[in-house]
Design a protein around this ligand. Structure first.
Ligand code: LAN
Length: 719
């Protein structure tokens, strides 16, 4: 193939032929095969940067002040803005997403382009754990059966020989872990779809649950939306029990993935066989008992007519999820599962083709090869943060940033969700008209903090003199109304929806590898963002009739946040690593209602906590282990992103001692490169306690924000 060369013992494509395209927020990577195409579509700085190619951006004048450093950072980061006004980045980390997507391509007989095959092999080879050649739940995790069995299968699907050293090493580790029989539930399902595991060895995922009346306290409509949508598609597939027809490759995989001979395995005995290394959330006795009952129910009791009715009902919900998200779906697991569900039911169809396309929205190309992102991009989220950072620096009116900001505003204008989902109540959706999604409008899901950060950013920008007013008050109010529907009884805000059931449902958590996946929880991060958005609205619309309501909401939220403080003065972060992340948010919420180091014990405790974790070099560095264990754990190295969060938190708290804050700011400045960029350090984000995910743009947005706030509070100088 054009441009293919060899690097080490694996082929590689020519990185200079890759381009990131953006169309109405949809981001996809393209490989240009001919020289004419290459000439007609030059590689942008952003393309080069994301591919790890030299950007040749010049060294800038050495910054003497924090704001000089912020300007240098912006000079670099603004070159990464895409033509539609947003920022993109690798959003990898989880190691089960490429398998979910590639197995779907495989099962649906979709052609996997040659350039993907090459680059996926490279990525998985680069990301195999150096000691044992396996893969874990996420890129920094130890090898597990889930990670190793599935990624091994991907390598074989995309054409790697079983004799290749990468496969040999991974297989050895997989076998040492007990082989694919030890896979957790999601692994068992994916392997079953491929024809490499027996459906009878999968714990029950009954679609009949969807027929229960809505008042039933464990009805799936009450589950956290990610778990619910994955369960939806899985329950349909489980009920069909279909698999890809067996052929040479699956016969080979049946041999390679197992320690035992495949034909000798009685899968029905292995529903609960899971490698200890894989388990984060062990089964409860209740779950085991329920599984035993449901297994009998599914096999002997449930009338086939009822199964059919349940399947039809679930299929209707699957179709609505597809249509309400333009076939992107909520995320990178339910999209491929819906894809397979539709393929098994309809064969080749419009829907199947649409899924074949939208899988591309999740794929990302980088110097190490091709991976799957955690979402179809970070468009709205990171764009909002960039806007806020520029404003914090006081650069809103600076002509130098005008174009960048106008384009960012245009992006948020285009990506605001403008209508409710089709059959909203039937498919149990939260109100969304006026919301900003995490990624792009088509995906169509509100998250309270993505909406709030979008709202706040638009309000800030549209208040800058001379900035166009693209988003009307009516549309801003729509987003306020969405947020107002999302406060929970305890005052906190969750992620996508209201909390619909209690934590006790976690006793039915069957995913084994994740914690806190069954229901929504209130989060200090999401709660803070929400009230900051709402308060910004009141600042710009002081006489609005919603004022009293908003003030009440804010008061109750702050009470919740205070209650959520840990003994040591920190807050546990569920979406960023970890205590430094949430403490930055929580202190911002408290500050917004007038609490300071001087007048609030809560703030003083927060400051004590932060200061106790500052390192000798002036920075902070938190390991992802904090998220897993709930105990602050030091990273090997000081992290520029944790440092920015901690410094912002101290300034939120109104801590007046310049010393420690200045030391943090100086570390941020020292780590900046001559061209204005910061280099990638440890992974920044997390979900479900156990799975890490990268937020590479945080090293720009939060550092710049920290520099800006510092200059405003302490003056634009460091000693
Ligand atoms: C995200 C990414 C963004 C994140 C924030 C907005 C930062 C957060 O404050 C609220 C929750 C949210 C929207 C979030 C939820 C879970 C996601 C979608 C992810 C961490 C990105 C990937 C993850 C998703 C669940 C991955 C697929 C895995 C499953 C268990 C289905």
């Amino acid at each position: 193939m054009n441009g293919t060369t060899f690097s080490g013992n694996l082929p590689t494509t020519e990185l200079t032929r890759w381009r990131l395209k953006t169309e109405d927020g949809r981001q996809t990577w393209h490989y240009l095969r001919t020289d004419e195409e290459v000439a007609a579509w030059p590689q942008s700085v952003a393309d080069k940067y994301h591919l790890g190619l030299p950007t040749d951006l010049p060294a800038l004048a050495t910054p003497g002040t924090p704001l000089d450093a912020a300007r240098n950072g912006l000079s670099f980061f603004s070159k990464l803005q895409l033509s539609e006004g947003q920022w993109a980045c690798e959003y990898g980390g989880p190691m089960f997403l490429l398998p979910a997507n590639m197995i779907a391509y495989f099962v649906t007989n979709s052609e996997i382009p040659e350039e993907w095959r090459i680059e996926i092999q490279r990525y998985l080879a680069a990301r195999a754990n150096p000691e044992d050649g396996g893969w874990g739940l996420h890129i920094e995790g130890e090898s597990t059966v889930f990670g190793t069995a599935l990624n091994y299968a991907v390598l074989r699907i995309v054409g790697m020989s079983p004799d290749h050293p990468v496969c040999v090493k991974a297989r050895k580790t997989l076998h040492a872990l007990g082989g694919a029989l030890q896979s957790p539930l999601w692994g068992k399902v994916m392997l079953s779809l491929m024809g490499c595991y027996g459906w009878e060895g999968v714990n029950p995922i009954p679609p009949e649950l969807w027929l229960l009346p809505n008042w039933v306290p464990f009805h799936p409509w009450r589950w956290w939306v990610h778990n619910r949508q994955v369960f939806l598609a899985m329950s349909y597939l489980y009920s069909l029990k279909k698999a890809r027809p067996v052929d040479d490759i699956t016969i080979a995989l049946r041999k390679e993935l197992y320690v035992e001979s495949y034909d000798s395995i009685d899968f029905s005995l292995h529903r609960n066989t899971i490698a200890p290394k894989d388990i984060y959330h062990p089964h409860t006795k209740v779950l085991d008992a329920l599984n035993a009952i449901l297994a009998v129910w599914g096999k002997w009791v449930c009338p086939s007519k009822l199964q059919e009715i349940a399947r039809d009902h679930v299929y209707k919900l699957i179709k609505l999820e597809d249509e309400n998200s333009d076939y992107c779906c909520l995320g990178p697991v339910n999209n491929p599962l819906n894809f397979v569900a539709r393929y098994f039911t309809e064969g080749e169809s419009h829907a199947v083709n649409m899924h074949r396309e939208t899988i591309k929205d999740f794929l990302w190309m980088k110097n190490e090869g091709m991976l799957a992102n955690g979402t179809d991009g970070v468009q709205c989220w990171d764009t909002s943060f960039l806007i806020q950072s520029v404003i914090e620096c006081g650069f809103g009116e600076d002509p130098q940033y005008r174009d960048v900001l106008i384009k960012a505003l245009q992006f948020l204008d285009a990506q605001q969700i403008r209508e409710e989902p089709k059959e909203k109540d039937f498919c149990y959706r939260q109100q969304r008209k006026g919301a900003w999604p995490f990624s792009k409008r088509a995906q169509g899901y509100t998250v309270c903090d993505t909406t709030a950060e979008g709202l706040k950013s638009v309000l800030l920008l549209q208040s800058v003199p001379g900035m166009p007013k693209l988003i009307s008050d009516e549309r801003l109010l729509d987003s306020v109304e969405v947020l107002l529907t999302m406060q929970n009884a305890n005052g906190g805000f969750a992620s996508y929806e209201l909390i619909r059931a209690g934590e006790w449902l976690e006793s039915l958590n069957a995913a084994e590898v994740f914690g806190r996946i069954m229901v929504e929880y209130p989060y200090p991060e999401c709660s803070t963002a929400t009230i900051m958005g709402l308060q910004q609205f009141i600042k710009t619309h002081p006489n609005h009739p919603r004022r009293t309501k908003i003030e009440n909401v804010v008061r109750r939220t702050v009470q919740y946040i205070k209650k959520a403080q840990e003994q040591d003065g920190s807050w546990y972060g569920s979406w960023g690593i970890c205590f430094t992340y949430a403490t930055m948010f929580a202190t911002e919420a408290l500050k917004s209602t007038g609490e300071t180091y001087e007048n609030s014990a809560t703030m003083r405790k927060a400051v004590e906590f932060l200061l106790s974790k500052q390192r000798d070099d002036g920075g902070w560095g938190e390991s992802y282990k904090s998220c897993e264990t709930g105990v602050y754990t030091e990273h090997r190295e000081t992290q520029v992103v944790n440092t920015a969060w901690a410094v912002i938190a101290l300034m939120n708290a109104g801590y007046k001692e310049r010393g420690p804050i200045e030391k943090g700011v100086k570390l941020i400045m020292q780590r900046q490169q001559p061209n204005g960029e910061w280099l990638q350090e440890g992974i920044e984000g997390v979900f479900n306690k156990s799975c890490m995910i990268s937020y590479p743009n945080y090293k720009f947005t939060f550092t710049i924000k920290a520099l800006g706030i510092y200059a405003r509070i302490f003056g634009n100088e460091v000693s």
